[in-house]
Design a binder for this molecule. Structure first.
Ligand SMILES: Cc1cc2nc3c(=O)[nH]c(=O)nc-3n(C[C@H](O)[C@H](O)[C@H](O)COP(=O)(O)OP(=O)(O)OC[C@H]3O[C@@H](n4cnc5c(N)ncnc54)[C@H](O)[C@@H]3O)c2cc1C
Length: 486
């Protein structure tokens, strides 16, 4: 058996584990991290950037959202069903964390995700410059890894942790398996679980949330996020909390149908369910987690967005009405080519179609024909009169009248690594038993410990996932130093 010893043993070196490793090492603690994969950063390598409130960059842009306002908003949003102290501590630390990362050489650009969202996302400017976007946060991970190395954090890769060692009710280390199958033991004064949630484990997701594997697609499954941290914590005696997936809505196999996703995801196109009925004011589709909740309640957890040729031509000629940070701004120009490519793929026929009549479209997509025809007649009438008497939409009301018509099946999606809850913790990130007793020496950070979302992810504060991961990691490092050094 291979043996290690340190002040702090960290289970996983994703975003929160890295943040914790740096924070603890900065406090003078010896730190060792055990990571299952060959690289650091986990799901964060896929993302754009964290939320912060009252950062220097926001102030420079004359953005005035205060921590108090963000706090009150979030507590209302979650109906006060989350730990107010933890929300406070994460929000209050967030701006300092941006400075902390900038000192490591990370550069950011502040942005919202959609018009009604706050400008809280600090999207990472990728190495070498260029536009922030998907995977940009990989540069932040690189800088953080360099900083951790500089501080002497020991990183042990390809070594999944299998057990938290407990003695007299206290966490005293971990057991892991090395790349060659050798058993690894590390004794430590404090242990932190940071394994990133259940995003790559549909079976466990179903068991914990009731969301069936066929109902949801993880659009960027990051291999390895199997919920091991939750199991390790529960086995060590931590209590359970309900877990809620973060729902979003997108198109199947989105990375291969990027322009079509750009045209349909978070865009206010007419949307019906399998019965041919509208079910949401389509303007709300920009708030992905609300749209996801509504879609999850529909038959088969699917919906269908429909556009006509006149609308696409209008959007090509006058430009998109709604843009996002992810899809660029030329997806309408590429729409007709992308549509023909998708139509030529037999396996995509269940997801996308082109039709000359509404009846043909209903047949191709399996939507109730009679109801769909009626819905579209009503919708066109609302557009003509400028008033949506059904679901109160007020903007972008365009009739569906010029064939060919295009229809995309919208599916429930979730980004792996984004979830809420599972393990009982207090606002100092310490694991608690079911009876709320602190388990000494055991901390939970990042998605494994993210209990501040309530039942629906708060996209009004974009970047909140990474914000929680970074700041829970930093805070835990500081609390550990207090516990160890007194
Ligand atoms: C495509 C995509 C885009 C995203 N974009 C954003 C964004 O722009 N902004 C935002 O706020 N959030 C975003 N997120 C979410 C964000 O990336 C996650 O919330 C964050 O990375 C979670 O950090 P973490 O430390 O909890 O877990 P991760 O960073 O995922 O790290 C978990 C680590 O645990 C390791 N691990 C698992 N089990 C074990 C074990 N038993 N032993 C050892 N290691 C183990 C894994 O290999 C992994 O490295 C995005 C997520 C995805 C998938």
């Amino acid at each position: 058996m291979k043996k290690y010893e340190a002040d702090v043993a960290i289970v996983a070196l994703g975003l929160s584990g890295l943040a914790l490793s740096i924070a603890a090492a900065e406090q003078g603690l010896s730190v060792i991290g055990f990571e299952k994969m060959r690289i650091t950063g986990g799901a964060a390598n896929m993302g754009m950037g964290p939320c912060a409130i009252e950062s220097r960059l926001q102030k420079k842009k004359q953005l005035t959202l205060t921590r108090e306002e963000a706090f009150m908003h979030h507590m209302e949003y979650t109906h006060y069903a989350v730990d107010a102290h933890l929300v406070h501590d994460i929000f209050w630390k967030s701006a300092d964390t941006i400075d902390w990362l900038m000192d490591m050489g990370v550069e950011f650009e502040v942005a919202p995700y959609f018009p009604k969202a706050q400008w809280t996302a600090h999207n990472v400017i990728p190495e070498g410059g260029g536009r922030p976007g998907p995977r940009g946060a990989g540069t932040m991970i690189k800088r953080m890894t360099e900083r951790a190395n500089e501080l002497g954090v020991q990183m042990v890769f390809e070594t999944p942790v299998k057990k938290i060692l407990m003695e007299d009710g206290r966490a005293v280390g971990i057991l892991a398996t090395g790349p060659d199958g050798e058993e690894v033991e590390c004794r430590a004064k404090c242990v932190a679980i940071c394994t990133g949630g259940v995003g790559d484990n549909l079976e466990l997701t179903e068991e914990l949330t009731g969301v069936k594997p066929g109902e949801i697609e993880y659009f960027a499954s990051v291999p390895g996020l199997k919920g091991e941290g939750l199991k390790l914590a529960w086995e060590a005696g931590a209590g359970r909390l309900p877990i809620h997936p973060e729902f979003g809505v997108g198109v199947h196999d989105n990375f291969n149908h990027w322009e079509l996703e750009g045209a349909f995801r978070s865009k206010p196109e007419l949307c019906v369910n399998m019965d041919g009925y509208r079910f949401i004011n389509e303007e709300m589709s920009e708030m992905g987690s609300y749209f996801g909740n509504a879609l999850h309640n529909q038959p088969g957890s699917v919906a269908f967005e429909i556009v006509d040729t006149a609308r696409i031509k209008h959007l090509i000629k006058y430009g998109p009405e709604v843009l996002d940070e992810v899809h660029g701004d030329d997806f309408y120009e590429k729409f007709f080519d992308a549509a023909e490519r998708a139509i030529a793929e037999p396996e995509y026929a269940d997801y996308f179609c082109k039709a000359d009549t509404i009846e043909e479209l209903a047949d191709k997509m399996g939507i109730n024909k009679e109801n769909l025809v009626e819905t579209i007649e009503k919708w066109n009438d609302y557009c003509y009169h400028g008033r949506d008497l059904e679901l109160c939409r007020t903007r972008y009301m365009n009739p569906i009248s010029t064939p060919p018509f295009y229809c995309m099946k919208m599916i429930l999606q979730s980004a792996t690594g984004v979830g809420t809850g599972g393990i009982k913790i207090n606002h100092k990130l310490q694991a608690l038993t079911q009876d709320d007793e602190v388990i000494p020496g055991l901390y939970v950070c990042g998605t494994d410990g993210n209990i501040i979302n309530g039942d629906t992810y708060d996209f009004y504060l974009p970047g909140l996932s990474m914000c929680f991961c970074l700041n829970s990691g930093r805070l835990a490092g500081e609390y550990m130093a207090e516990e160890i050094n007194g």
